[in-house]
Design a protein around this ligand. Structure first.
Ligand SMILES: Nc1ncnc2c1ncn2[C@@H]1O[C@H](COP(=O)(O)OP(=O)(O)OP(=O)(O)O)[C@@H](O)[C@H]1O
Length: 841
């Protein structure tokens, strides 16, 4: 059976949106057909039906009511799908045949701006990538706020995917060629193709800062957004060019290992650095903080500028409290301006925007009067956008959500509107008076005047009082079970007046509202700049709160490599310890000694110590104070970690392979300005294998890279390296015995850990003396063996040669027939052998 014209139309539209669910508007529903229907009914748990034809010809179908479609769209997007919304673009009443339909918007995970799945406290970025020499160009932006960034990613696809993961980018716009390449590497990422067939013209100002290769990439992104959103992109801000040299590079795994934003266990962010640091009071501030944690700075000047703000706010406690009170009254300026640009802002949004902007002069005053130069200077940069406030003064105090109900524009803003409103209000007063008059005339106290949409205004009289109705004037209109409804010509006349006035007032009001919204659009980039500064202020305040609460200090920077931390702490572990005392530790690294080899028993605090050093660097480079009595730090370019993570198992690769891959990544990318954390390298393989790898890595870093490095190990044999590697020193995390129990002191001290510690612990555990004695014996012999092995490892080739010599010598002695030798011949043989052994043969 041939498909109906409507289904033909459906198939036509669907062919252009193969990779999306097509929400096809039919009356009050969005319907889906064929495979879309089957899949959607499962994903959304809605009933699958069918239509047309018989048996196999029937077309699978399912639908959702248009008023609740948002919710369903949200669910599909959250599950990583796209939804094409196809509307009727003609009035069905006035058309013959099939109504014209068009896709008005393609909603994708990267372009979704509303709904439950969008986290107000996080950016939702969409990105585009292009291959460029040595790596990739990457442009990304958040449609809801308009923030845009362009950057280079050096390296292969892995490096690119790594960066996307770090930025939580779910959707990437690429060429078909790149799509094929990336689809193999990552099945989770949504790859959308934009061919760029037609040249895309964009405001040159958008790319003023960017190299031209990145402009290409940005245009690909904008072209895709324009094609899918079919709406104005006026709020997109100029792309900021992110030069990686000025950002502290931390790859995705290291961010997770260090639990900067996400915890290793996944789930909520409890136990992360973000969790500790986030004392922001606005959603914008919270997003800003996340961005800063994602990209700590590597530019001393910029870091120190942030520090100055934090310092000033630490100095001015009362100012800070006031500022925070004001910030709490500022709504999400970024998202509000995004909605204005999209034309989707409601009256309520505009009122929120106005109320927020009205707080800005107070913020400015508070900062300007603080008596602190940095805060005064900051206040001068805040633009309260008075023109926008002026425009928005048109909006009433409490406008309704819907734009068509009226009540958005305040009284006194527009004379014509006031007139209509008066007419309608007067009419209503007149009706109230009429009710009184009719009651008096008829003597029916329960008489009332009501209104409904079908009959308009009417006079209602209960059945019991019907005999009193003045039927000369009243015309019967409707009979109810226990009342009659009447109208009078006078009432109808007034009704027309009221209703026309109301209708006119609503139409005019809507026009005024849209015009205000359009005018506000002109100021979007100014609002965005303001929003960015206000959110930064929120973060500065948060930093100073945290610094005060957890006794952080301001770090000083040097231009070299020196790390000098006095009484440093791991702030998150410390917070988790609750009442228990955290043991602070020092850390000294730099030109004279850039490697610490850390030993100590299990659970003593080795990895906590390593992480605390890394977190101190990260905190310092986002502009925060640090958890230490004092700290002098370098500007680090990259942090690499190889720390056993709980999730190695899930990734499908063996723990050891992951360990080696991460080590490889660190070693090939690190520079002498980097910080490396290696936690028990080689644990995943046999002892000698592991030890050999660990030692060769240490030597390589020592000789070739020169990066500040913390290396923890269980291989005590490695502590001997201190003698041969001048820039490496041993430290250990101490523990001791107290009334029969091991007490971890968590104190980092010079020198290697006590080797026999394990046996010592066993002793404390009261193992039988015979076992302990035997263990001590074995330990001694293992140690002797290990020492030998190590010497052998150092001189492997030499020993190889020697072994063959020894064999030859033995063989010669065996073969010699002493009975047939003269004493002189025997002497000669011994002489030969001696020469051979000493290398002369
Ligand atoms: N400086 C410290 N002060 C107080 N408690 C600490 C300190 N360092 C570590 N701890 C506590 O000791 C626990 C173990 O620390 P950590 O995981 O760093 O040990 P480790 O030596 O790396 O252990 P393993 O060798 O088994 O991996 C931490 O969870 C923390 O509770």
């Amino acid at each position: 059976m041939a498909p109906t014209p409507m289904i033909q139309q459906y198939l036509q539209v669907k062919s252009e949106y193969q990779d999306a669910f097509l929400f096809f508007r039919l009356g009050d529903f969005y319907e889906m057909f064929y495979d879309d229907a089957i899949k959607a009914s499962q994903l959304l748990e809605i009933t699958l039906t069918s239509r047309g034809g018989n048996g196999e010809d029937r077309i699978p179908m399912c639908g959702v009511p248009h008023h609740s479609a948002k919710n369903y769209i949200d669910q599909l997007i959250q599950k990583g799908h796209k939804v094409a919304v196809c509307e009727q673009v003609e009035d069905p009443k006035t058309t013959k045949g099939v109504v014209k339909r068009e896709v008005v918007r393609l909603i994708t995970p990267g372009t979704h701006t509303e709904g439950k799945s969008v986290d107000a406290k996080a950016n939702n970025f969409i990105a585009a990538a292009d291959e460029v020499a040595g790596g990739f160009g990457l442009a990304y932006l958040d449609i809801s706020t308009g923030e845009s960034t362009a950057t280079y990613i050096a390296g292969n696809e892995k490096a690119l995917l790594n960066e996307l993961q770090a930025l939580h980018i779910r959707e990437l716009v690429v060429s078909e060629q790149l799509r094929l390449l990336l689809a193999e590497e990552d099945q989770q990422l949504i790859l959308s193709v934009e061919h760029m067939e037609a040249p895309f013209t964009a405001e040159p100002a958008l790319f003023a800062e960017c190299p031209s290769e990145l402009e290409m990439c940005g245009k690909r992104l904008l072209a895709y957004i324009a094609a899918t959103q079919k709406q104005s992109l006026g709020h997109i801000q100029p792309f900021t060019f992110r030069e990686n040299a000025r950002i502290l590079g931390i790859d995705y795994y290291s961010k997770r290992n260090l639990e900067l934003i996400e915890s290793i266990r996944g789930g909520d962010n409890k136990g992360t650095l973000l969790w500790l640091l986030d004392e922001t009071v606005t959603a914008m501030g919270s997003r800003k903080l996340k961005q800063w944690l994602h990209q700590p700075l590597a530019d001393r000047f910029a870091i120190e500028a942030r520090q100055q703000m934090v310092e000033a706010l630490m100095d001015r406690y009362f100012v800070r409290v006031e500022l925070q009170q004001l910030l709490k009254q500022v709504y999400d300026l970024e998202r509000l301006s995004g909605r204005v640009a999209f034309g989707s802002a409601s009256g309520r949004d505009l009122a929120q925007l106005r109320n927020s902007l009205e707080k800005i002069p107070e913020l400015v005053r508070e900062l300007a009067d603080s008596g602190h130069a940095s805060l005064e200077q900051f206040s001068a940069g805040l633009d309260p956008c008075p023109e926008v406030c002026e425009l928005l003064s048109a909006i009433s105090d409490n406008p309704p959500l819907s734009a068509k109900e009226g009540g958005i524009i305040r009284d006194g803003f527009n004379a014509q509107l006031d007139e209509y409103r008066d007419a309608s209000r007067n009419g209503k007063d007149w009706i109230a008076e009429l009710e009184q008059k009719e009651r008096a005339k008829t003597g029916i106290r329960s008489l009332k005047i009501g209104y409904n949409r079908i009959f308009g205004y009417y006079i209602e009289i209960s059945k019991a009082n019907m005999h009193l109705a003045d039927l000369e004037r009243y015309e019967r209109k409707q009979t109810l079970a226990n009342a009659e409804r009447y109208i009078t010509p006078e009432l109808k006349e007034k009704e027309t007046l009221i209703l026309t006035a109301e209708e006119k007032s609503l139409t005019l009001e809507y026009e005024l509202f849209v015009s205000v919204r359009e005018q506000v659009k002109e100021y979007i980039s100014r609002i965005q700049q303001l929003a960015s500064k206000v959110s930064a202020l929120d973060v500065y305040i948060s930093f100073s709160e945290v610094a005060e609460k957890y006794r952080f200090t301001k770090p000083a920077f040097n231009d070299g490599r020196k790390i000098s931390i006095r009484e440093g702490r791991h702030p998150v572990v410390e917070k988790m310890l609750n009442k228990q005392h955290y043991v602070p530790n020092d850390c000294e690294l730099g030109d004279d000694g850039n490697m610490l080899l850390i030993t100590g028993p299990n659970m003593s605090g080795k990895s906590t110590y390593m992480r605390q050093v890394a977190l101190t660097i990260v905190l310092a480079q986002i502009g925060s104070y640090v958890p230490a009595a004092s700290a002098e730090l370098p500007i680090v370019d990259q942090i690499f970690t190889r720390i056993g993570a709980a999730d190695d198992l899930v990734s499908g690769q063996s723990t050891f392979m992951v360990e080696m891959m991460e080590s490889q990544y660190a070693i090939t990318h690190a520079t002498e300005r980097s910080l490396l954390l290696f936690d028990e390298i080689g644990r995943g393989t046999s002892t000698y294998d592991g030890m050999a790898l660990a030692q060769s890595m240490i030597e390589y870093i020592h000789e070739q890279i020169g990066a500040n490095t913390l290396f923890s190990t269980h291989y005590h044999e490695l502590t001997a390296l201190e003698e041969t590697l001048p820039k490496l020193s041993n430290v250990h995390v101490s523990a001791m015995e107290q009334s029969g129990k091991v007490v971890f002191l968590h104190k980092v001290k010079r020198g290697p850990a006590d080797k026999s510690y394990g046996v010592h612990v066993a002793e404390l555990a009261n193992l039988p003396e015979a076992i302990l004695r035997r263990a001590r014996e074995l330990l001694l012999s293992f140690e002797a063996d290990n020492h030998k092995t190590q010497q052998q490892a150092e001189q492997l080739s030499f020993f190889d040669e020697r072994d063959t010599v020894n064999e030859e010598v033995l063989q010669t002695i065996k073969d010699a027939s002493i009975s047939r030798m003269t004493p002189l011949e025997a002497l000669q043989l011994i002489n030969d052998l001696q020469e051979k052994i000493s290398g002369g043969g």
